[in-house]
Ligand binder design. Structure first.
Ligand code: ADP
Ligand code: NI
Length: 210
């Protein structure tokens, strides 16, 4: 079996039980998008792009209890597959720094391979799939779909926030912002179409709600 197939198998096992929209089908879509973006950027390294795309959610602190243990597990797996320490460093750097939430507090300049994987992950958070994932995620955490109250955003701790936020609110807090944050030209183009689709959806949703 080649390295990429081994990585895919490893990740499928790691994410098998996920019910928050980070399951293996998300990973496969991100890998496909990342491959497509990488094809158009000759300076990217497709081996690094694909490996990081497969591994990007395996060390997420929302999904796993012990992130350090997961990081070591990933490093062991890559070493076992004879990835060089330089490649391992580059891959770990990408998956440790690409998340939206982490970049809000501390912006990290990803290299081109990381920018591609980040774009691919963000593309899968918007459009029709993005809408479905947001409601799936919200349902899992018990969030309401929507309410007509304006959400007071200041001075709210994380727990309090979870009680008040809605899935539609998430579109404004994150999903509508993602298209402007895309790193690559192709992702920006795809994101613009997906954003339009989400805007139509939210408009229709609010009309029906009234
Ligand atoms: P990141 O890895 O960039 O921090 P997340 O893991 O938070 O991104 O998001 C993954 C998916 O879960 C996305 O599709 C996102 O829209 C969805 N999601 C995250 N937070 C919420 C939320 N509060 N309400 C609804 N969906 C959410
Ligand atoms: Ni992801």
């Amino acid at each position: 079996m080649n390295e990429i197939a081994e990585i895919a198998n490893f990740v499928e096992g790691q994410l098998a039980d996920d019910q928050t929209g980070h399951d293996f089908s998300h990973i496969k879509r991100v890998v496909k998008l990342a491959e497509q973006l990488s094809d158009e950027i000759p300076s990217s390294n497709q081996m690094i792009v694909l490996t990081a795309a497969y591994l990007h959610d395996v060390i997420d602190d929302k999904l796993v209890k012990d992130t350090n243990k997961q990081k070591n597990l990933v490093i062991d797996k890559l070493s076992e597959l004879d990835f060089s320490s330089e490649y391992i460093n580059q891959i770990m750097n990408i998956i440790e720094h690409m998340s939206y939430s982490k970049n809000l507090t501390n912006h990290y300049q990803l290299d081109i391979n990381g920018q591609i994987v980040q774009d691919a992950d963000r593309l899968d958070a918007i459009g029709a799939i993005g809408i479905a994932r947001a409601f799936y995620f919200g349902g899992h955490f018990g969030d309401a779909m929507y309410n007509l109250d304006q959400l007071p955003r200041t001075n709210m701790d994380k727990k309090e926030y979870r009680k008040h936020t809605t899935v539609i609110n998430h579109f404004y807090e994150k999903l509508f912002k993602l298209p402007d944050l895309m790193n690559t030209k192709t992702a920006r183009k795809l994101a613009a179409q997906r954003k339009k689709y989400m805007e139509n959806f939210v408009n229709e949703f609010k009309n029906e709600w009234q």
